[in-house]
Write a protein that binds this ligand. Structure first.
Ligand SMILES: [Zn+2]
Length: 133
């Protein structure tokens, strides 16, 4: 905390008008805490200026951007597999469909053969011949 009439950071960054700059300089010459704070700010400024300039990334994306969201198809699939109720419904629907399919397409019954009834001649077996003695 400085007792300077103006912010020392503005002074360091040269954002003050000339009369205000001179006021701060006059104050800093007589105030020990402000001299120390100004020295620290100068060190910080020197460290910042020592860093090389980097190009600002052209494309900045946030996690909430739609680019990072999975496709609607993938979201629907994930929601489906994570829901027991939906899986149960799908199983019941598949079972019902299978039952209907096999009820409609069941194999034809074996053909019934009608045999025309012809007069049946029964041939009685010949009585056993008794040998004559
Ligand atoms: Zn001061």
């Amino acid at each position: 905390m400085s007792c300077s009439p103006f912010d020392l950071k503005d002074y360091i960054l040269k954002e003050l008008a000339d009369p205000q700059q001179r006021q701060v300089e006059a104050h800093v010459k007589t105030c020990q805490p402000c001299q120390e704070e100004l020295a620290q700010l100068s060190l910080t400024e020197a460290a910042l200026l020592a860093l090389r300039d980097e190009e600002i990334p052209q494309r900045i994306a946030f996690v909430s951007d739609p680019v990072f969201e999975p496709s609607p198809w993938r979201r629907a699939l994930a929601a489906f597999w994570n829901s027991g109720a939906r899986l149960g419904f799908a199983s019941a629907a598949m079972l019902s469909a299978a039952l209907v399919f096999f009820a409609v397409n069941r194999p034809a019954p074996a053909p019934v053969v009608h045999v025309a009834s012809a007069p049946v001649q029964t041939i009685a077996p010949a009585p056993p011949s008794i040998p004559e003695a």
